[in-house]
Write a protein that binds this ligand. Structure first.
Ligand code: PBG
Ligand code: ZN
Length: 324
């Protein structure tokens, strides 16, 4: 189709036409809101680099969960900030650990809201790594049993879905097996399958006190230069029994979302991470961009790239805009 027979501007000429032919439309159904649970009562500690987000005690967490549900957001993702840390991350799978408590309370208060829990060790280990540490090496196989215990304890507390974010090899299979053995075969696994070693996690680590105390995560999270490896990681997790495959971060990895969507026949989630959120908020605060517009454009681009589900700290803001 060539000019002047084809005029691209014809179908852009009115709002009605633009809406009729729009290929990607964001809805509240696409969004998952991440939340940070901490002990205590009436706690609402602002997270400086993530304006609008807080470390919340369960009483306040319930209120935000209710607000999300009322706005049409189908699910939240819970992260826990424990009172104590140790080498084995025991608070991660403690029966009355922070996530276990928060899940129970949120499910009681808002039963229709799906509660997904992040399964990892880094907030709970004194060294801050996502797996067991032996002589400063992250021990893959020794971590699997603990990760499975965390997942089972979350599901027993009432979590509707578990989401391992540790990047140990083989953990999806181990978690699937443990859930099945504990009469939890109906609990799905959303795998952080394609998780890059990214500097965009900075604000999250400050919020969750989960930065590694030595070294970095390069031996278990993916190298930003790699794309074919994303397909291998995703394929491995599909074969191990994952129900949803996640790509993380989102914005610098839109090509990866697109490739994974093409290759994998499971729902694809993308995590619009803390640093991506912080950059928009910071530029907005400076008066340099229209934050709300940039946020909506960003979320639309993540969906257009192939994400069926978007985890985003902007979920409440976006839902309010979508609801008019
Ligand atoms: C920890 C975890 C991280 C995030 C989610 N789970 C950070 C990390 O790998 O250190 C990042 C979330 C974000 O930046 O928003 N396993
Ligand atoms: Zn971790």
């Amino acid at each position: 189709m060539l000019f002047p027979e084809y005029r691209a501007r014809r179908m852009r000429s009115s709002d009605a036409f633009r809406r009729m032919i729009r290929e990607t439309v964001l809805t509240t159904d696409d969004l998952i809101l991440p939340l940070f649970a901490i002990g205590g009562k009436n706690v609402k500690n602002p997270i400086e680099s993530m304006p609008g987000h807080y470390q919340l005690s369960t009483d306040n967490l319930k209120k935000v969960a209710k607000e999300a549900f009322d706005l049409g957001i189908p699910a939240v993702m819970l992260f826990g900030i424990p009172e104590t840390k140790d080498p084995l991350g025991t608070q991660a799978y403690a029966k009355n650990g922070i996530v276990q408590q928060a899940v129970k309370e949120v499910k009681n208060a808002v039963p229709g809201l799906a509660v997904i829990t992040d399964v990892c060790l880094c907030q709970y280990t004194d060294h801050g790594h996502c797996g067991m540490v032996d002589k400063n090496i992250i021990d893959n196989d020794a971590s699997l049993d603990l990760l499975a215990r965390i997942a089972v304890s979350h599901a027993k507390a009432g979590a509707d879905m578990v989401a391992p974010s540790d990047m140990m090899d083989g953990r999806v299979a181990e978690i699937r097996e443990a859930l099945d053995e504990n009469e939890l075969p109906h609990i799905p696994i959303m795998s952080y399958a394609v998780k890059y070693c990214s500097a965009y996690y900075g604000p999250f680590r400050a919020a969750a006190h989960s930065a590694p105390k030595f070294g970095d995560r390069r031996t278990y999270q993916m190298d930003p230069g790699n794309a074919l490896e994303a397909i291998r990681e995703a394929t491995m997790d599909v074969e191990e029994g994952a129900d949803i495959i996640m790509v993380k971060p989102a914005l610098s990895y839109l090509d990866i979302i697109c490739r994974v969507k093409d290759e994998i026949d499971l729902p694809i989630a993308a995590y619009n991470v803390s640093g991506e959120y912080a950059m928009i908020k910071a530029a907005e605060k400076m008066g340099w961009i229209d934050g709300a517009k940039v946020m909506m454009e960003t979320l639309t681009s993540i969906k257009r790239a192939g994400a069926d589900i978007i985890l985003t700290y902007s979920a409440l803001d976006a839902a309010k805009i979508l609801r008019g």
